[in-house]
Design a protein around this ligand. Structure first.
Ligand code: LLP
Length: 434
């Protein structure tokens, strides 16, 4: 995740990344997504604007599907990565289940045509109201993160005359070697139940009314490109599964958490979906259903944030390209020092110079990319790549900036799947004093 310098020149094709199916490419110097010229999207919908490829999302999902087709499995798309209804709808149609972390995400899944029964509800802070709602909808599994949550689940389910299907989320205490903000499976993290307490917590679950033990889950972090921490974590969970069996507790599924990381930086170490799935398949007994919750690797490389260069500015130390997208639209660079490739929509015959790409928000952290060699003029548009995951969903209205529209490209068509916010949307619900 650390910043690097000029990982790619703008003139190379963008579809040469074997680890993820990419549908971006230049034709006659113009950047296309599938068969849509992105300058046409700008002309229709303006900037900043998120654009996603339907075919790319489907292809990324199919990679998981194909890799696990021979065994009992479920791919639960992590809704938090991109929760646009049209994207949930296309994934539901492709046969995805869902991984959610709030009642709101469950409502989205249902609106988009997903099944509650194929949905797992994770998160350390499920409220009574959220538990009631999920039970009433027939949720497939609660991924339980504490003993007090287990007790509340038992109480609520009993009061409703229902049975809550549960998996305990085990914290295996494994270092995922990713950015500390997105590591989740270390002892000091807030997530899950320490592996050493696993047996005891399953025994508690067995003793409580209204619960049905269905599985076990873990999640050690996101943007993982090394298989070793996954192997460590899942092996630890498997030894717990064996101790449970010896105690008469038999599980139906093992959920290994999120999917693989993606190649934000070219030539960075990579873990392919096929390699990851094959390793998990080998490790996890086929009598258990293998569940996975990929988010980033399904939608990340399928999306871009388009932005226009408003000003080119020469400061004493650096050269800036001030664009109309900002940290409120794409938080990842400011929050995690994440690297996103930035390329022009129209290529110029010029070597270009180095720019820091910055937004208009009043924070020095409002940098979308540092030291990027670009041949650009004011009024040109840029594509910030790999922005389909944890992009729009983390956007805010900071500085009273309306959030961008979202467009889903399908072949030669660009469909608006979320309108640009308007000022009225931002002040709705606010009141002046009488
Ligand atoms: N399952 C659970 C329980 C999770 O917490 C997450 C992500 C996933 C699945 C999906 O993981 P993925 O396949 O996307 O790696 N905002 C950060 C990422 C936070 C991820 C949190 N959990 C970012 O922009 O990098």
């Amino acid at each position: 995740m650390s910043p690097a310098t000029n990982p790619r020149s703008a003139s190379k094709p963008l579809n040469d990344r074997p680890e993820s199916v990419s549908f971006f490419n230049y034709q006659n110097g113009q950047l296309y997504l599938e068969q849509v010229q992105l300058n046409d999207v700008v002309a229709r919908f303006g900037t900043p604007c998120y654009v996603y490829s339907k075919a790319c999302i489907e292809a990324n999902f199919a990679q998981y599907r194909t890799a696990l087709a021979h065994r009992n499995h479920k791919i639960l798309y992590a809704v938090k990565a991109n929760s646009n209804l049209a994207i949930l709808q296309l994934l539901a149609k492709a046969g995805a289940g869902f991984d959610i972390v709030s009642g709101g995400e469950l409502a989205r899944v249902l609106m988009a045509g997903g099944n509650a029964a194929d949905t797992a509800f994770a998160g350390v802070g499920k409220t009574r109201a959220e538990i009631e709602y999920a039970l009433a909808q027939g949720i497939g599994c609660f991924n339980v993160e504490s003993t007090n949550e287990l007790k509340l689940l038992s109480q609520v389910a009993t009061a409703m005359g229902r049975t809550a299907p549960i998996a305990i989320r085990i914290n295996p205490d494994v270092d995922p070697k990713t950015h500390p903000y997105i590591a989740t499976g270390l002892r000091e993290n807030k997530f899950g139940i320490p592996i050493d307490d696993g047996l005891e917590v399953y025994r508690l679950a067995r003793s409580l009314p209204g619960l049905e033990i269905t599985g076990v889950c873990c999640h050690i972090g996101s943007q993982l490109t090394d298989l070793t921490p996954y192997l460590d974590a899942v092996s630890r969970v498997i030894s717990l599964v064996d101790s449970l069996a010896a105690d008469g507790i038999h599980l139906h599924h093992l959920d290994v958490g999120g999917g693989v990381g993606i190649g934000y930086v070219e030539d960075a170490p990579k873990l392919s979906v096929g390699e990851f799935c094959a390793a998990m398949d080998k490790l996890v007994d086929r009598r258990l259903a293998l569940h996975m919750e990929p988010g980033r690797s399904i939608v990340g490389a399928a999306g871009t944030l388009l932005t226009e260069v408003v000003y080119l500015k020469q400061a004493p130390e650096r050269r800036f390209a001030v664009v109309d997208a900002a940290m409120n639209d794409l938080m990842r660079p400011a929050l995690y020092q994440a690297w996103h490739r930035i390329v022009p929509l129209t290529q110029r015959n010029d070597d270009g110079v180095d720019y820091d790409i910055v937004g208009p928000v009043c924070e020095s952290a409002d940098v979308l990319g540092r030291s990027r060699r670009l041949a650009i003029a004011e009024g040109d548009c840029l594509a910030i790549l790999d922005a389909g995951a944890y992009g729009f969903v983390m956007a805010s209205n900071y500085n009273t900036r309306p959030r961008p529209p979202e467009v889903l490209v399908d072949g030669g068509r660009a469909n608006l799947v979320r309108q640009r916010e308007q000022f009225d949307d931002l002040v709705r619900g606010e009141q002046l004093l009488g």
